[in-house]
Design a protein around this ligand. Structure first.
Ligand SMILES: [Zn+2]
Length: 321
């Protein structure tokens, strides 16, 4: 299945957004709990949110419209609660000073923590169940989450991430054998892994945040964008094309607004979306998405403006159909 879509915050999901999507050929809606991710709090809040009857009604409406809803979240701190440190310090990462610390991620060379991670991912997939069988439970969103223990020392951050995603993938496939989890190619894990292979079911999700959004991603005169797409070829070799997803920032008004209110008036770069999506399509990505935070009902109420989602869908081309 090819998808094209947008990714918004849980509290932005409303009939307003669904009305905007109705009649377009957007067929994917990602839900991304905001910020504070490394405390695991936003995942816990999203767990409460998804179980509310009013949320379920909105999700059912989206599904009835033919829109696949998926959940995309930095989840390691929820999956491996930090309280477990007292009992299992060796499940947690070693910092550069050789101390086990309970801050981010885990020690992915420890088979016990990977077993635990598989169980918890299965549990989280049961809460955020998707009809597509695609899950996005990402590692912590911090610049230095690596484990420096003797076993992990030889691994890259991407290798470590694949060990964690393989464990999660194993967990979610227990209940849904054809399910899979995304490998988030982003920040410290933007490059392909070197020593660890992804298991069947893992798919690529490419989120090039370190890019210049005022230039096309393939613009050879943008040094930043040249670097941004440099890992793509190898990533697609390692993870394959099936389900490969772009997670772009074209409509990310939360970024444009500095991740703080007031929400700014925002015009998305249509030409860039068209050029970029054509390039991603040629490269072999199947799913094209971007953050579209700070463009929901509150944006409309405070600015009087509305994003032209039909124009966005058209700029993405005929990819999804
Ligand atoms: Zn380790």
């Amino acid at each position: 299945m090819h998808y094209k879509g947008i990714v918004i915050h849980p509290d932005e999901l409303s009939n307003y957004w669904l009305d905007r999507l109705e009649g377009t050929d957007i067929n994917f809606l990602g839900i991304h709990p905001v910020g504070k991710s490394y405390h695991g709090e936003t995942v816990a809040e999203a767990v409460e949110w998804v179980q509310k009857p009013e949320t379920q009604q909105l999700l059912q409406r989206a599904e009835a419209m033919g829109i696949a809803v998926e959940y995309e979240m930095h989840a390691l701190n929820w999956l491996i609660p930090r309280e477990l440190f007292a009992e299992h310090p060796d499940w947690f990462r070693m910092n550069e000073n050789g101390e086990r610390v309970a801050d981010y991620n885990c020690c992915p060379s420890n088979p016990e923590v990977l077993e635990y991670l598989a169980d918890r991912a299965a549990e989280l997939a049961g809460i955020f169940k998707t009809s597509s069988g695609r899950y996005h439970f990402w590692t912590d969103d911090v610049p230095e989450p690596k484990c420096h223990c003797p076993k992990c020392r030889e691994l890259t951050a991407s290798d470590e991430a694949v060990l964690m995603y393989n464990a999660m993938n194993k967990g979610v496939r227990r209940a849904q054998p054809d399910a899979g989890v995304s490998y988030l190619a982003y920040d410290i894990a933007i490059d392909a892994p070197e020593k660890v292979k992804p298991d069947e079911g893992i798919f690529l999700e490419f989120a090039p945040m370190k890019r210049n959004t005022s230039r096309a991603i393939c613009d050879p005169e943008s040094e930043m964008n040249k670097q941004a797409i440099a890992p793509v070829g190898r990533l697609l070799e390692v993870f394959g094309h099936k389900n490969a997803q772009v997670l772009e920032y074209w409509l990310d008004n939360s970024w444009f607004s500095g991740w703080a209110r007031p929400m700014k008036r925002f015009d998305f770069p249509r030409d860039i979306v068209a050029l970029d999506s054509a390039w991603y399509d040629r490269a072999g990505f199947e799913t094209m998405t971007c953050f579209a935070c700070y463009l929901g009902e509150e944006y409309h109420e405070t600015t009087g403006d509305e994003v032209d989602i039909e124009a966005y869908s058209q700029a993405l081309g005929i990819l999804a159909k």
